[in-house]
Design a protein around this ligand. Structure first.
Ligand SMILES: N[C@@H](CCC(=O)N[C@@H](CS)C(=O)NCC(=O)O)C(=O)O
Length: 308
């Protein structure tokens, strides 16, 4: 099997979720350092327009959204699965709530005015303006990505307090070993604690901090950095995996031209030929001048499929 390639940037919180899981699995992989804002000329030929970060690539197969990336990583490294059988719905539901609702809370807290002034990016007026314009494009048409600060702070402290109480009783959120809920929670704690001026939020929560250090200690696995050009050449040189016994739900047909995009933000549709639309995954094929034939995978949860 081809090596796993993670397209990410150091400051990206959802990338940290995947990096930490790869660390827990003691995985070897390659990474491409993308830019913090668009354009991403070596990534768009792979995704066909999906612009959120991270993106995972295995040969000519491309995975959008960390929900599907984590499932694929867990399948490749099934030992110590992070999807505990007896708690699967609860752990996945917790992870989804954390990556959506609690993410909005965290954005509201992390980008509060007092923290922005201390960010190197926001000290450079031109870079700050470019960042804001880029994120406005990401948010176009979306109801909200970040919660207003006052509401966000109250929600943030409440959840930290609940987590801290729970983690007084168990080493990880769903018991003795980490589940997907831990990785979703971890990356958002990481995101806020990257900002020194915001670290005071965590001081009262010793159990939470001890848990955070347990996950941080997993590291990021064994990483080799490659360029965007190299990743593109890898896709062009390989064939995507065949899909056997395609499942199609919701009146869709194999071969139909469709557009797939998130339901929350980042409404940049990816057009392609539908290969499968099962209970937990949507898969389309695209042909690209630079990448060749690529198959793009999305999770069902959080995405919409429309006829092109
Ligand atoms: N639900 C998505 C969320 C991804 C996301 O929002 N990523 C942020 C970076 S951490 C992003 O794409 N921001 C805009 C950008 O980097 O261009 C996932 O789990 O992958």
């Amino acid at each position: 099997m081809s090596e796993l390639i993670l397209h990410q940037y150091a400051e990206s919180t959802f990338s940290e979720k995947v990096r930490a899981l790869l660390g827990y699995k003691n995985a070897s992989y390659q990474q491409v350092e993308t830019t913090i804002i668009m354009p991403r000329p070596h990534l768009m030929p792979l995704t066909g327009g999906y612009r959120r970060i991270p993106v995972m690539q295995i040969g000519a197969d491309v995975y959008c959204d960390t929900a599907i990336m984590c499932r694929v990583i867990d399948d490749i490294y099934p030992e110590n699965s992070v999807y505990p059988e007896a708690q699967r719905a609860a752990a996945e539901g917790f992870a989804l709530w954390t990556d959506t609702f609690f993410f909005q809370v965290v954005v509201g807290v992390a980008f509060q005015p007092s923290a922005l002034g201390t960010e190197p990016l926001f000290k450079d007026e031109e870079a700050a303006a470019a960042f804001m314009a880029d994120r406005a494009q990401l948010a176009e048409g979306a109801s909200q990505i970040g919660m207003p600060f006052e509401a966000a702070e109250a929600h943030f402290l409440l959840h930290l307090s609940n987590l801290d109480q729970q983690l007084a009783a168990v080493p990880f959120l769903f018991g003795d070993s980490p589940s997907i809920a831990d990785f979703s929670t971890y990356h958002l704690v990481w995101f806020v604690s990257q900002r020194e001026v915001l670290r005071h939020y965590f001081e009262p929560f010793e159990n939470l901090m001890a848990w955070y250090e347990r996950i941080r200690a997993f590291g990021h696995g064994h990483v080799q950095t490659i360029s965007g050009e190299e990743a593109l050449a890898i896709a062009a040189g390989e064939q995507p995996d065949e899909i056997e016994d395609a499942v199609l739900l919701g009146g869709l047909e194999v071969g139909q031209l469709v557009e797939v995009m998130p339901i929350d933000y980042g409404f940049q549709p990816v057009a392609g030929e539908l290969l499968a639309a099962g209970i937990d995954e949507i898969t389309i094929a695209r042909n690209d001048d630079q990448a060749g034939r690529v198959v793009v995978h999305f999770p069902r949860m959080g995405f919409q499929v429309n006829s092109a």
